[in-house]
Design a protein around this ligand. Structure first.
Ligand code: GLN
Length: 438
């Protein structure tokens, strides 16, 4: 973790930090704005909870599903670097549209945001991978650092944009999210000198060893297959993890005793807790896996993902503990929630940055961006699944749903542990490092 990283990494780190600030800031106030009454000092849209949550579900799915066209644009026409820039412009335009108090501008803003994130998010991640040559052992730690940047944006945005949106005015909140994206663009433009080698458009005929439209080799095909299979893990993982914004959020509000030293902490504040845990534990989890690797013990990406799913699932066992304590009408201790988020994040750190790195190792060059696009689309489906599971809990009961998620993750992770060695052979040594910390 200590060796020097390419100069392009801090540029991508800060660009993505601001983009996530913009994304999570807007996301934090979206449902609140939609459900706020149309009269009063800070009027909203006056929607019902159900209507607002439905739009929220579609929005959080579509922002990520649009990564597929975003990836195609980069692979076919623009290259990742220009597509990221275009995405940043669209996102800023989207946030500023939301800053205008007008219904048409509101919907136009959402469309701009969905297309903008689709262009930026997968391609900036692929560019991080492009900073490292094949076999470079710094790649995984580079992605951990990048992931910490994401979460600095994600931790601070709900606090700042949330405050401005709720206390001063919703449209000022959206405007602040837009300013965040502009700052990201400024960093990106300023840092172009450190990104000369990465994210440029590569015409298919120029890719080493490939003829124009040449079919994939057997090794490439195997690697694509293992990537697609790993995307199933991704759907399961985010389907459970993304309860945070919905079911866990509501549960915190209604059934967790949030009084600390006589002061009741607002439920929305807990939305920043997982991101803070990522910042605190990011390098610790990464060095745990790196040390295991040095000792020659199993630490391939697929193995980490299996363990990550189980650890994250255990977080839901803590919520079962809370549900048992609270019963129908009581309240549960705060520690259950904190432990739950801690375990979920320890799992996340063994999956999410690991998957980003894994994709950049395995994807054939000509499909590099589209594979990243499909990955994010899978996370989008996970988001939608999370919404459906949250709805289920309204009828089935929280204890049943929390325990069900735990058992499912445990069994799914165990199944992966049984099969991961077989899947690993399909990677054809893509994870072998050829040089150490240069
Ligand atoms: N929380 C991470 C981010 O915002 C991962 C999101 C995802 O993969 N859907 O980048």
């Amino acid at each position: 973790m200590t060796s020097r990283h390419p100069k392009g990494l801090p540029i991508l780190f800060f660009t993505e930090m601001w983009e996530r600030f913009s994304f999570y800031g807007m996301r934090a106030i979206l449902v609140l704005y939609l459900t706020q009454e149309t009269l009063g000092s800070n009027p909203g849209m006056g929607w019902t909870n159900t209507e607002a949550l439905a739009l929220y579900g579609w929005y959080t799915m579509l922002v990520y599903v649009m990564s597929i066209p975003g990836g195609i644009i980069a692979d076919r026409w623009l290259g990742q670097k220009k597509t990221v820039f275009l995405g940043g412009l669209l996102i800023a335009a989207g946030q500023f549209s939301l800053a205008v108090n007008d219904v048409t501008m509101f919907y136009a803003g959402l469309v701009l945001l969905i297309t903008g994130v689709g262009c930026l998010k997968p391609n900036i991640s692929t560019m991080v991978g492009g900073l490292y040559k094949e076999g470079d052992s710094r790649r995984d730690s580079g992605f951990i650092i990048f992931y910490i940047g994401i979460n600095i944006g994600a931790a601070s945005a709900p606090l700042l944009v949330g405050y401005v949106g709720e206390e001063i005015g919703w449209h000022y909140g959206f405007g602040l999210a837009g300013i965040g994206m502009i700052l990201g663009q400024v960093v990106y433009i300023w840092g172009q000198k450190h990104l000369k080698e990465v994210g440029n458009f590569v015409p298919v005929k120029k890719i080493e060893g490939t003829k124009k439209n040449a079919p994939l080799t057997k090794i490439e095909k195997d690697r694509v297959i293992v990537l697609l299979i790993s995307f199933i893990i991704v759907i399961v993982f985010w389907g459970a993890y993304e309860q945070a914004g919905g079911l866990m959020n509501l549960y915190t509000k209604e059934k967790i005793n949030r009084i600390v030293f006589g002061y009741e902490i607002p439920a929305s504040l807990f939305q920043s807790v997982p991101a803070f845990f990522v910042i605190i534990f990011g390098t610790i989890v990464a060095s745990f896996w790196a040390k295991r690797n040095l000792k020659g013990k199993e630490s391939s990406s697929l193995f980490k993902m299996a363990i990550g799913t189980i650890v994250m699932g255990t977080g839901f066992l803590m919520m079962s503990g809370a549900a048992l304590e609270a019963g129908d009408s009581g309240k549960a201790m705060l520690i259950w929630l904190i432990l739950s988020y801690l375990l979920q994040v320890l799992g996340e750190l063994s999956i999410s940055p690991v998957a980003l790195s894994f994709i950049t190792k395995l994807a054939p060059v000509k499909y590099a961006s589209i594979m990243m696009g499909i990955y994010f689309a899978a996370t989008g489906l996970g988001n939608k699944l999370a919404g459906l599971v949250g709805q289920l809990a309204q009828n089935a009961g929280e204890l049943e749903v929390f325990t069900g998620i735990f058992i499912f993750c445990l069994l799914f992770g165990a199944l992966l542990l049984v099969f991961f060695k077989k899947l690993k052979t399909l990677t054809h040594g893509a994870e072998d490092t050829v040089k150490n910390d240069t």
